[in-house]
Ligand binder design. Structure first.
Ligand code: PLP
Length: 386
């Protein structure tokens, strides 16, 4: 049998491979501390769970509008207004099963052989995978620990040419925890005025996980880009709802009908009861978010200080999300070797940097979505094996 060539160009997300290896070791009776996982280690707040349960009891069992319930899209717009002062019409909002379909749709909308798409490297692996699948040329925008994984605006703009159709940014960033400051994005938005043929996909899935009382430097701050701006966000990371599969995105008016067709052609709509729960999440109360950030802030200090105290490791202080991306080359090992040693000798699961791009061979990603005590224990175990 012959299958379509684009399927063979598709990559994957190897964090799931680490998870499978860790689970296998656990099944064999080994104690594994999982610092590989990219999801908050908290339960979804109870009022959201109750709203989902009640929605099922109340009979939300059927299809909804493909782009999502109007009540939910209206809630998303209220949220965007409250967060960024931006006024968005609910007709531009698409509700998706998780944040991932937004990147898929955006890349399929612009990517085809002969076109180019710029993406962060190291970065969330699905960007490069889907660009390759589309047939477009994947153009990496390299990020470096030298500037705490922010970017150099001039360098980014220099990657744009006539074939460029889409620029993908992720802020705060997975896997590095890097936070691009607002001034840099101001400069980029200004520079993009010279390139009206380039659309922007701003992946802001970690928008509520920002440290040091900084404000989220969202692309919603640039109305002049709205006719070519796609913003990806969702409930997964903010409300500890990864398994509910709920995401939202805002699209330029001219494309919303097309991407809604993509929804109709693939999943029809998102689970009705989950959409009702999503409204409850946006409406609050939000004290859960504060508690979660308090815990992440404590753990961030523990893991950054702990890793920096180990000879051969230099660790950045992330501005957002719940990841650190240390350079481990000083231990004499590549990131891959280091991650393997941590898993098999220390019982600590982490993800090698190369899972996020070829340039990151000296790095590994630690997620601090695990308890303070477990992170402490993991650091001790790693110190011991080194
Ligand atoms: N964007 C980034 C940068 C992510 O790290 C993730 C998940 O890890 C997603 C999007 C997708 O999130 P979801 O689980 O809602 O599909």
């Amino acid at each position: 049998m012959k299958i379509a060539a684009n399927f063979l160009r598709m990559g994957t997300e190897s964090a799931f491979v680490v998870l499978a290896k860790a689970k296998k070791l656990e099944a064999e009776g080994k104690e594994i501390i999982n610092l590989g996982i990219g999801q908050p280690d908290f339960r979804t707040p109870q009022h959201i769970v109750e709203a989902g349960k009640q929605a099922l009891e109340a009979g939300h069992h059927g299809y909804t509008a493909a782009n999502g319930m109007i009540e939910l899209r209206t809630s998303v717009c209220k949220h965007v207004h409250k967060m960024y002062g931006a006024t968005i019409d609910p007709s531009r909002v698409l509700i998706t099963p998780g944040g991932k379909p937004t990147m898929y749709f955006a890349i399929m909308l612009f990517g085809e052989p002969g076109s180019e798409i710029i993406y962060p490297e190291p970065g969330f692996p699905i960007y490069e995978s889907m660009i390759n699948y589309s047939g477009a040329k994947a153009v990496p925008m390299y990020l470096s620990d030298k500037n705490n994984f922010s970017f150099n605006c001039k360098e980014v703009l220099s990657l744009i040419n006539d074939k460029t159709r889409l620029l993908i940014l992720n802020n705060p960033q997975n896997p590095t925890g890097g936070l691009i400051p607002k001034e840099q994005i101001d400069e980029l938005a200004e520079g993009l005025k010279k390139f009206p043929h380039v659309a922007v996909l701003s992946d802001e899935i970690y928008s509520r996980q920002i440290y040091d009382n900084k404000k989220m430097p969202s692309f919603f701050n640039y109305p002049e880009l709205y006719d070519r701006l796609i913003v990806l966000d969702g409930w997964s990371k903010t409300y500890a709802m990864t398994g509910w599969r709920l995401g939202w995105s805002v699209w330029p008016e001219q494309f919303i009908e097309l991407v809604t067709r993509m929804a109709i052609n693939s999943y029809s709509c998102v689970s009705a009861a989950n959409q009702v729960a999503a409204i409850a999440a946006l409406e609050g109360p939000h004290d859960f978010l504060e508690d979660m950030m308090k815990q992440f802030t404590r753990r961030r200090k523990l893991i950054v200080d702990g890793l920096n105290s180990i000879p051969g490791i230099t660790c950045n202080n992330p501005g957002g999300a719940f990841y650190v991306f240390p350079n481990v080359s000083g231990t004499g090992m590549t990131g891959e070797k280091f991650a393997e040693k941590c898993l098999y000798e220390a019982g600590v699961a982490i993800v090698p940097g190369t899972s996020f791009g070829k340039s990151a061979k000296d790095f590994v990603r630690f997620s601090f979505a695990n308890s303070y005590e477990n992170i402490e224990k993991a650091l001790e175990k790693i110190k011991k094996i080194l």
